[in-house]
Design a protein around this ligand. Structure first.
Ligand SMILES: [Fe+2]
Length: 669
């Protein structure tokens, strides 16, 4: 039985259905399972190139079908990651606030999208909605390889609950307890980080800031906002004003962090850890279960996961690589499979192994397809096919190069795990700043993470021995051994910790061989691994994304499968023969603006029309040129009447390309 799972909301590619559309339904993704086995999964953001997009996952569905070689008519059923009543209630509230939008139920929207361009006809009884926390729980428990486990779902909110506890046994879930929305650790965290200039989707950044702060500074204030109760219960209430009245100065996005902000982050992380541990400890004692599946957005808090590891409460812990809502797409497909009676009650389900690889997205194409693209980008790059690209890459890394590294199928979940990664030498502490300025442009405090070979892991890191865990997905923060901290200068965080990925030769042989060869050359079988993207985009998906990121950042080398790609010297701005293409969300606007001294002036702007979309003011010349973009003519052709591309406009276009306001493609593709 082939079942498609969906997460996300209902906006089309080119415009948001409503301004507040992503309030309840985010992390759009699609997942395809066959008889319960994971065949393909991908997040929509990788295709529409909007970070954490909430749009209907139309591209992700198409990618799953293509990757699996499945025709639309072969899909037996579709699963959705929320209960139908909850989806339609949320939509109704949007329709009330936005009377211009036609009133359509979610079922009509979903079948409309699937039946339209995609050609997937879904009969009424084959579109199955499931409770949100059931979806999270299924994705984690079924992939854990565990026969029996305590399954803890903790996120901002499902239909009504923020935390749900299950006992998983033989692929069945039994609900043991729930916590209402007023006890949402996810919402508490999200509301709190607002005072740090962050918003929904930024939670993981605060976790990295916490070790710089002192949790004692705001202990009294935070203590007044939560109370742990008997029976694993607790109360929780965020009070912004209490902090403001005590002189806390909130940060606005883009501003520097003060010690107040660091102390606040430390205090907040402490509340999360103490409360989550209180809940999980209670249910572990109550059930006597020694295996834990931890899932939901909160399970991406790898510092908390590290604490769970070190608590010694469990014999084994599993964290799904997509514990946020994108992973619930897989759970929705699994839940639908079970509802349709794929397994008869009482029969023993097949033994499933633990999920060890998150690389279940689309690949990069055949060698000849990749080479054709590299040739087409020949004005800007040159490439070679080394006899052993892995050995050559290890040598380049050892000599200080920072690599963009793309191979195989893309990862499901927010982490680059060696198939769409930026890799570097983890030893020089200055590599952190170097990578930040050359490509990531992110907050300086945020740590980079290490990947280590399985055989060297214990030599470099404190891996708890009493608790087994899945370290493939970078889900756990552990301590770097003190004797190794100076050696791992670029990946050891301020408190001596690291968010670790351990790899073995079976799961990802090529990536494993790269790290091992680097170890043979340098004596350190560890690499710095961070996601392959700049600050304006999600992780790269295909060859064009990889080339675009390579060409608009300071990355030294690009490796795509067996090809080693270099920039042609001094050709950075030689994009005359490339064709600019607007993204579906790109908008050009000319508007009258009144200046402070009362004068009226024309402003030229380009922006990306989605929530959190970037906006930039541009020159009249750039505006005039971009107005003529038709997706057919090259920049050289578009600028003929202006006498070609002048230096100023060339630099301006490069900055806009860096910001992904438009994309470029070669004529020959
Ligand atoms: Fe969720």
């Amino acid at each position: 039985m082939l079942v498609l799972g969906l997460s996300g909301a209902f906006s089309p590619e080119d415009a948001d259905l409503a301004p507040n559309m992503d309030g309840s339904f985010h992390d759009a993704a699609a997942c395809l399972i066959r008889d319960g086995e994971l065949v393909a999964a991908a997040e929509e953001e990788r295709f529409n190139r909007i970070k954490q997009t909430n749009k209907f996952p139309i591209n992700a569905v198409r990618a799953c079908l293509d990757t699996a070689g499945v025709a639309p008519s072969q899909i037996d059923a579709v699963g959705h990651y929320f209960a139908e009543y909850a989806v339609d209630l949320a939509l109704d509230s949007i329709y009330i606030d936005n009377p211009g939008i036609p009133r359509r139920a979610s079922r009509e929207l979903i079948t409309g999208y699937l039946g339209g361009e995609l050609g997937i006809e879904v009969p009424y009884d084959r579109l199955l909605y499931s409770e949100h926390h059931v979806c999270h729980a299924m994705s984690s428990f079924i992939r854990s390889g565990m026969k029996e486990a305590l399954v803890v779902v903790m996120d901002a909110q499902g239909e009504r609950n923020s935390t749900t506890i299950y006992r998983g046994r033989n692929e069945q879930l039994a609900k043991l307890g729930t916590y209402g929305a007023s006890k949402s650790l996810g919402w508490f965290y999200e509301e709190s980080i607002h005072l740090l200039g962050y918003r929904l989707g930024d939670e993981y950044k605060v976790m990295g800031l916490a070790p710089y702060g002192n949790p004692a500074t705001y202990r009294d204030l935070f203590s007044s906002m939560y109370k742990l109760r008997d029976q694993g219960d607790f109360e929780l209430k965020m009070d912004h004003n209490a902090f403001l009245l005590k002189g806390f100065a909130p940060r606005r996005a883009g501003e520097e962090f003060t010690q107040q902000h660091r102390d606040f982050a430390a205090g907040l992380q402490h509340v999360l850890e103490e409360t989550a541990m209180h809940v999980i400890r209670f249910w572990a004692e109550q059930t006597g279960l020694a295996s834990l599946c931890f899932v939901g957005g909160v399970a991406h808090n790898s510092s908390l996961n590290g604490l769970l590891l070190r608590s010694g409460r469990f014999r084994e812990i599993f964290v799904h690589p997509a514990s946020h809502d994108a992973g619930a797409a897989e759970g929705a497909a699994l839940a639908a499979t079970y509802k349709l009676g794929s397994y008869r009650p009482g029969t023993t389900p097949p033994a499933r192994p633990r999920l060890r690889s998150a690389s279940v997205g689309p690949g990069l194409g055949t060698a000849s397809e990749i080479e054709k693209q590299l040739m087409a980008w020949g004005d800007l790059v040159e490439y070679s096919l080394p006899a052993d690209v892995v050995a050559e890459s290890a040598r380049l890394l050892a000599s200080g190069s920072v690599l963009g590294w793309a191979q195989g199928r893309s990862e499901y979940g927010p982490r680059a795990l060696g198939n769409r990664s930026i890799l570097a030498d983890p030893r020089p502490a200055e590599n952190k700043e170097r990578i930040n300025s050359m490509v990531k442009k992110r907050e300086a405090y945020r740590p980079f993470a290490p990947v280590v070979t399985q055989e060297a892991a214990e030599e470099y890191f404190h891996i708890p021995t009493q608790t087994q865990a899945n370290y493939e997905f970078m889900s756990f923060v552990v301590d770097v051994r003190e004797s190794r901290r100076a050696e791992l200068g670029a990946v050891t965080h301020i408190d001596g910790s690291a968010r670790l990925q351990v790899i073995d030769p079976d799961t990802n042989p090529r990536y494993y061989r790269l790290v091992r060869t680097f170890g043979e050359l340098t004596g350190t079988p560890v690499l710095l691994n961070t996601s392959f993207n700049n600050n304006a985009e999600p992780i790269v998906q295909d060859v064009r994304d990889a080339l675009t990121c390579f060409l608009t950042t300071g990355l030294d080398i690009l490796v795509i499968e067996d090809f080693l790609v270099r920039k042609r010297p001094d050709r950075e701005l030689a994009f005359d023969n490339l064709i600019p293409e607007f993204r579906p969300v790109t908008r050009l606007v000319k508007r009258l603006r009144t200046t402070l001294d009362g004068k009226r002036a024309v402003a030229h702007e380009i922006y990306l029309d989605h929530l959190k979309g970037a906006r930039a003011e541009i020159s009249a010349d750039a505006f005039a040129l971009l107005e003529t973009v038709d997706g057919v003519r090259s920049l050289a052709s578009l600028s003929v009447t202006a006498g070609g591309l002048g230096d100023d406009i060339r630099h301006e276009l490069y900055r806009l390309w860096q910001g992904r306001f438009f994309l470029l493609r070669p004529e020959r593709l």
